[in-house]
Design a binder for this molecule. Sequence first.
Ligand SMILES: Cc1cc2nc3c(=O)[nH]c(=O)nc-3n(C[C@H](O)[C@H](O)[C@H](O)COP(=O)(O)OP(=O)(O)OC[C@H]3O[C@@H](n4cnc5c(N)ncnc54)[C@H](O)[C@@H]3O)c2cc1C
Length: 450
Amino acid sequence: MNKRAFLKLCSTALTSPFISPLLSWATGDKLRNWAGNIEYGTEQSHSAGSLEEVREYVRKQSKFKVLGTRHCFNKIADSTDQFLTVKTMDKVVALDPETRTVTVEPGMTYGQLCPYLDSRGWALHNLASLPHISIAGACSTATHGSGDKNGNLATAVSALELINAGGDVVKLSRQQDGETFRGAVVGLGALGVITKITLDVQPRFMMQQHVYENLPFRELKDHFDTIESAAYSVSLFTDWQKERINEVWLKNRIEQGRTFDAPSEFFGAKRATKNLHPIAELSAENCTEQLGVPGPWYERLPHFRMGFTPSAGKELQSEYFVPREHAVEALLAVERLHDQIGPHLLISEIRTIAADDLWMSPCYKQSSVTIHFTWKQEWPAVSKLLPVIEKELAPFHPRPHWGKLFTISSEQLHFRYERLPDFVELSRKYDPDGKFRNEFLNKHIFGTVS
Ligand SMILES: Cc1cc2nc3c(=O)[nH]c(=O)nc-3n(C[C@H](O)[C@H](O)[C@H](O)COP(=O)(O)OP(=O)(O)OC[C@H]3O[C@@H](n4cnc5c(N)ncnc54)[C@H](O)[C@@H]3O)c2cc1C
């Protein structure tokens, strides 16, 4: 099915894909993830509204998973036993101008936190493409935005409170707990239930977003570093066809009131004259304001607006992190597959992320370029394509996004995450009997270590 027909079918079948999984749950259908591609293994769900309720629940249960906003595309959040939701624990606990931190409850989303912070003069360093996701779930899976100098969203975490398998409260902070803290932040839901999370904040800032169309691939090849460093956050969208990047999104900070006067051309690409969606066929109404219109950080860093469906809705996603120094070679390797990729792809996005020191982060000790794929929801075909892409990228030792679809073997994961054995040991300390484990974690994390 071609892309236009696929998108039309999606919008007819799902008027609002953002709410449809919630509705299906409410109408008695099976509980699914946001995209609807994963049917979870149980409908048994318990809601906790306070720290004590979480502790009591954890003590009583022998096996369960915490659900965030269900935006992962694989089974990392799945359970065949029980779910715990902490959705109603969504308050700000403290905003501390002295330490420049904000502490929030685990059910809070970026969409809830950002306007609160902004109204009090504060900002986060970066955001993902959408604000709809829970902060705890996003940081647990090393969710990221873009920007050469920007670490992923988990790098803003300065402290965590979690409930271990015994129901005890564990408090960890960047300042006091060193390696243990760095092991726990990207915790993949394996260490316990996060009940508080503290993030670094900085003074609020304004931004402008400009989009350019049709950047020749040869320009990217010759000027990758200059293009990626041209703004605070850069996203390149391509369908890998016609040897071009379809859209270049440049997000600039406005420093000292000086707005950025964007040239009409950028490495051969033309400045857009209307707002665009990354998937050009879709309405830009769902997207954050472009055309250089100044706006607050939280309304420019994400591509998609709160209250609107992000991305396409009925889709699949995969993403691979490659060491920055191999960026161009890796992109050329994927580009060679354009005939195979084209029929199943909605759009790809290329971003850069700074290195960090969080054990299970795909950017651990490695500045990275990410190559992301938004696929049509055609799993039989996509599942055959992923190993082909992974084989092409294998010389660069790609690390997959923890919340997206991949087929890289557990042995390879072990090889690519040097701190994985330490992470397993840490998990065993907090969860000796595997209360927080599921099939995904057993296969990809615990199955690889004896
Ligand atoms: C349209 C769309 C756009 C996206 N864009 C981006 C993007 O720009 N960048 C990017 O990196 N990713 C992106 N993602 C991926 C996704 O947002 C992240 O992987 C993130 O995990 C989603 O958070 P969640 O709360 O929905 O997680 P869930 O799927 O609900 O859970 C993920 C994991 O976190 C654990 N968890 C959740 N809450 C807690 C808690 N309180 N305590 C302990 N563990 C917990 C769960 O048990 C599970 O293991 C996108 C996804 C979608 C659907």
